[in-house]
Design a protein around this ligand. Structure first.
Ligand code: GAR
Length: 197
C-alpha cells in the first residue's frame, strides 16, 4: 500500500509541486493533503490543480497560542492519517510536543548546507561569509530548529555577481531535484543520504 504524504507549505509551493509530481507510477507514496498556515499561499491553488485536497490552518487565528495552533494542525493532519509529513517552505517554528508526534516521519527542506545557517536569510549569510559553495539540505525534523539528521544535500558554486535573490533562484531547481529524491528513499525506509552537485 502506498505511503500517505501530507505536505505543509506557507508560500508558492514549488517544492510541494515537485514532490507531488514525483509521486506517480511505481513511487511508494502518494500526496493526500496540502496544508498552509497562510490562506493566501500561492501553493494552495497549485495543489488543487494537481487534484490534492487542501486545508488552511491560519496561525493568525491563534495569536500568542502556539499550542492551540498546533492542536488544530495536528487534528487536520490526522484526519488524513499521513505516514509521512513533508515541510516544504513551511515557515512556522514547531514545538517539541508537535515534532515528537511525527518523530521519524517528518522531513524538511532547508536552503543551506546544514549545519550551516539554520534559521532565516541563509543566502545572504552564505554570501556575507564569502562561502565558495552553497546549497540545500533535506533533514528529518526534530525538536531543535533545522537540526535533525541530514538525509540529502545539493551543492552549487557561488558565482561572482550572486545576490541573495540570484542565489535563491539558482538553488531552487536543485531543491526540486533533491527533495523528491530523498522522499522516494525515505518512503521505503532507506536513509542513505542523497548527494547532488
Ligand atoms: C524554499 O527555498 C525552501 O527551501 C525554503 O523556502 C522556500 C519555499 O519555496 N524553506 C525555508 O526557508 C525553511 N526554513 P516554495 O514555497 O516555492 O517551495
Amino acid at each position: 500500500m502506498s505511503k500517505r504524504v501530507a505536505i505543509l507549505i506557507s508560500g508558492g509551493g514549488s517544492n510541494m509541486v515537485a514532490l507531488a509530481n514525483s509521486m506517480v507510477g511505481d513511487h511508494p507514496a502518494r500526496p493526500v493533503l496540502v496544508i498552509s498556515n497562510d490562506p493566501n499561499a500561492g501553493g494552495l491553488a497549485k495543489a488543487r490543480d494537481l487534484g490534492i485536497e487542501t486545508a488552511v490552518v491560519d496561525h493568525r487565528e491563534y495569536p500568542n497560542d502556539r499550542n492551540a495552533f498546533e492542536e488544530v494542525l495536528h487534528a487536520t493532519l490526522e484526519a488524513y492519517t499521513p505516514d509521512i509529513v513533508c515541510l516544504a517552505g513551511f515557515m512556522r517554528i514547531l514545538t517539541e510536543g508537535f515534532t515528537a508526534k511525527y518523530e521519524g516521519r517528518m522531513l524538511n527542506i532547508h536552503p543551506s548546507l546544514l549545519p550551516k545557517y539554520k534559521g532565516l536569510h541563509t543566502h545572504a549569510r552564505a554570501l556575507e561569509a564569502g562561502d565558495l559553495e552553497h546549497g540545500c539540505s533535506v533533514h528529518e525534523v526534530t525538536a531543535a530548529l533545522d537540526d535533525g539528521p541530514v538525509l540529502g544535500q545539493a551543492r552549487i558554486a557561488v558565482e561572482k555577481g550572486d545576490t541573495p535573490e540570484r542565489l535563491a533562484a539558482r538553488l531552487l531547481p536543485l531543491e526540486h531535484a533533491l527533495y523528491p529524491a530523498v522522499l522516494r528513499r525515505y518512503a521505503t525506509m532507506d536513509r542513505t543520504p542523497v548527494l547532488i552537485s
